[in-house]
Ligand binder design. Sequence first.
Ligand code: ADP
Ligand code: ZN
Ligand code: ZN
Length: 870
Amino acid sequence: MSSNPNVGRSGIVLESRASYDQSDSGQNRWIEVLVDCPEAEAQKRLYTYRLPAQLQVQPGDILSVPFGAQVLGAIAIRICDAPPPDLNPAKIRDVEDVVSAGFFPPTYWQLLNQVAQYYYTQLIQVIRVALPPGLLGRSQRRLRLAQGEGESGGQAGSAHYLSPAACQILELLKAQPSGDYSFVYLQRQVKGAYRSIRELLRLKLVESYLEPPRTQRPKLQKAVTLVVDVFPLDLTQRQREILEVLRRRGGDLLLTELLQICNASSSTIKTLEQKGCVVIQEREMLRTSAEPLLAGDQPKALTPAQSEALEAIASLSGFAKVLLHGVTGSGKTEVYLQAIAPILERGQSALVLVPEIGLTPQLTDRFRARFGNKVCVYHSALSDGERYDTWRQMLAGAAQVVIGTRSAIFAPLPRLGLIVLDEEHDSSFKQDQPAPTYHARTVATWRAELENCPLVLGSATPSLETWLNITSPELTASTQNSDAMNRVSPTQNALTHYLSLPERIQSRPLPPVEVVDMRQELQQGNRSIFSRSLQEGLQQLQDQGKQGILFIHRRGHSTFVSCRSCGYVIECPHCDVSLSYHHTHEEAAELLRCHYCNFVRSHPQSCPECGSPYLKFFGSGTQRVAQELAQQFPQLRYIRFDSDTTRTKGAHRTLLTRFTNGEADLLIGTQMLTKGLDISQVTLVGVVAADGLLHLPDYRASERAFQTLTQVAGRAGRGNDPGQVIIQTYSPEHAVIQAVRRHQYQSFIETELEQREALNYPPYGRLILLRLSSTDAAEVQETAEMLAAGLASNAPQGDSSSDTSSTNPMYEVLGPAPASILRVANRYRWQIMLKFAPDSLPELPDFNELRLLCPSSVSLTIDVDPLNLM
Ligand code: ADP
Ligand code: ZN
Ligand code: ZN
C-alpha cells in the first residue's frame, strides 16, 4: 500500500472518480440492500449502493456498506440495472465488501419477491416479517492493519501526519499478534478513536471488515465436576454435603444448578476447587436447547394406515402437495416424525409449522425426544438471545428440524427436504395485519415449489380450500401470481395426493358426542350453566379420579355487564363493543376489560347512567365457569388455560405439565385447548355453550365452528379409557352440531362446498378485502365511498349486473360497508370487498394508486384472501 503513489488525503476521491468514469461505459450495477441498524430499520426502506466492478455479489450475501459515518452489515437483496430515478448517481456510495457469500438459500429472495407481489406489499415489509431485526446486530466490525503495514515497522505510517490518537491505534494494532481489534475495543481504549480510525482508513493504513456472525459462538455455562473419589479430611460439614450432592447426581452439574440445589454461594464452590475436589469449567450450552432434554424416543411400529401414508410421502421426490387427513388421535405426528428421519439422514432439513405456541411445548418435546438437539424452535416470542442462537443454528446449515408458528415459513433454512403444516385448517396461519397479509399455507406451497420438496398438510378437519385443492385441483382458485394465473395444468394435478388415517391408534373409537338442548334444561328447572349430563360427567370425574376439559368460547367472566333498571350496557370508550367483566379470587379486583384494545377500568358500584346498583352479568367466560364449578364441585381442582393465564413466558408449558402430572382434574379454557393437545388421561370433554361459535356474521362461521368443535371433541378418549363429549347448545338441530355429533366431515363439507360454489365464495372464487381505517369517522367513510365508486366504474366489463357470458374477466365490488365493529381503539373501520372468479385474474386496479388516493389520515390495508371479515 505504501508503494501506491495515489495514497494521500485525496487518494480515495481520486479512485472514486476513476470508477465513475467506468460508469459511463455501462459497467455499472447497483444493489438494494437491507441495512442492519435501528436508524435504517426506522426508515422502513431498502438502500441503494453501487457495486464496484471487481465485487461479485449475489442476493442473500452479507455485505459491509458505509452508512452515515459508520460501516455496517447489510443483506444484499436485489441487483438493479439502473439507480433509482430520485437519487443522484454521484451520491450513491460503494459497497465496501462482501463479508459472507451465500448466507441465505438461493431461492429465498425469489420467495420473498413472490410474497410481495401476490400480497401487494413492498418487499421491505415482507423482509421485515421474514427476518426480524438484529440478525447482523452482533456481527462485529473489526479493524486490522492493511496488508504490508505490519512488517514495515510503521515506516509507512510515519510518512503521513497522524493525530496522536491515530498513532496510538496503529501502535495497538501492531502490538497485537494478529494485528486486529474490534472497533468497540479500540473505542474503549483510545479517546477520539472514531475520527482517528476514519483518518487511518482514508490513508489505507488500516482496513475495516465485518466479522460475520460466528458459526460457533455458544453461550458458555459453568459446570462443576467432581474429581476426587475420597474426600479430603479438612473439609467442613457443609463442603462435604455439597460434594455428596454432586456425587449423587453423577459427579457433574451446572454451577447454577448445584448452587440452587445446595443453596450455596459460588465462593464455597471456589474453595472446593482450590482444595482440588472439583473443577469448574466453561461448557457450551445453546440457549435453543435450554429446555430439558428428553429421554431418547424410538420410532413406533406403525399402523397399516400410518405405514401407507409414510410410504406415500417417502416415495415423493420433488414438489408435491399432500393432504394427510387423519381423525383426531390417528397418529399424524408419528407419520411426520418418521417422514422427517430419513430427510435428516440425507443431510437435509425439515420445517414444521404449528398454529400456536400454546401447543408447541408438547409437540416440540415429541420432536426433541426423537431428534435431540437437531430441533430448534422459531417463533415471534423468542428473546433476542434465543433468536440469535436459532439463526446461528439455522444458518450453520447442519440438518435440522425447525418448528415454529406462522412466520417460521420464512425461516432461512438451507437444503429443505420437507415442509409440514400441522392443523393446516387453523386460521392463525393467516396474518390479518400488518401487511403482508400472508397465509403460511400459500407461502409454504410456493416455498415447496421453489425448493422442489414435498409439502404435507395435516388435519382432522381440512379447510375447504385444501380439500378442494387436493381432491379436484382444477376447480380451485389458483394462488399463483398473475402471469401464471391460468388454469392449473394437468401435470400439476398429479402433484396432489390424498392420504387418510381413518381410525384412531389401536382402533380406539372416536368419543361419542352427546348434544344437550339447553332450552329443555331450563324448562325442566335446571338454571345452572351445567346441564344435568355434564354435572353427571363431572361427578364421575371426581369419583373415578379421571381428567376432563371444559371448553368455553370466551375468556374473562362475563361478556357484558348491563343495568337491570335502565338497560345500559357498559361499553369501551375506544371501541364499539361492550366491556367484559373480569374477576377472580387470585386477582382480588373487579375489572372491566375490552377484548379488542385491552382498555381496563374498575367495575362501577352502580350504573353510570342511572345510578341503580343492580348490574347484571351476561354471557359466561372462563372465569365465570370456574366460579360456578367451584361452587357446585368444590372438590374438583381446575386450571384455567386461556390468554389471561398464559401471558408469561413458559406459562403454557407450566400449566400443561401441572395438568398432566395430575395436579388438577379439569382444564378450563378457550380456543387454545382445541389445538393438538394429546393428554391420554382426558376422558371427558364438555362444551359449555356452542352457540357463540355458530351465529357469526361470516360466510366461514360454519366451517370454523365445525372445525373447533370437532377438534375439541377429539381431545377426549385418546388413551386407554374411552372418552365422552358433551356439547351444550340452544340450537341442537344446527347442521354443524349434527355433523360434529356424527363425526361426519365429508358430508358436512360437501354441503358447505355447494353453498360456497353457488355464491362464488372461496375456495371457488377469490376475495380481496380493502380495509380502511381512520380516527376521523367522516373522512374514512368518504374515502371508502370514493374508492368503491372508482373501483366499480373501472371494473372490467361492468359489475355484478352485467352479462356473465362476457369473456372478459371481471371483479365484483361489494361495499363499501362499515366493519361489523365499526370502531376499534378509536379507529373507524370501513371495508370494500373485491370478488372474482378463480379461473383468471381480472385486471385489478393498481393498489399503489389507490393508496395515493387516500388522505393521510386514512390507512389502507389490502387483505388478499381474507379469512377474518369482521
Ligand atoms: P394426531 O396428531 O393424529 O391427533 P397423535 O400423533 O397425537 O395424533 O397420536 C395420538 C397418540 O397415539 C399419541 O400419544 C402417539 O404417541 C400415539 N401413537 C401414534 N402412533 C402410534 C403407533 N403407531 N403405535 C402406538 N402409539 C401411537
Ligand atoms: Zn341504569
Ligand atoms: Zn376497546
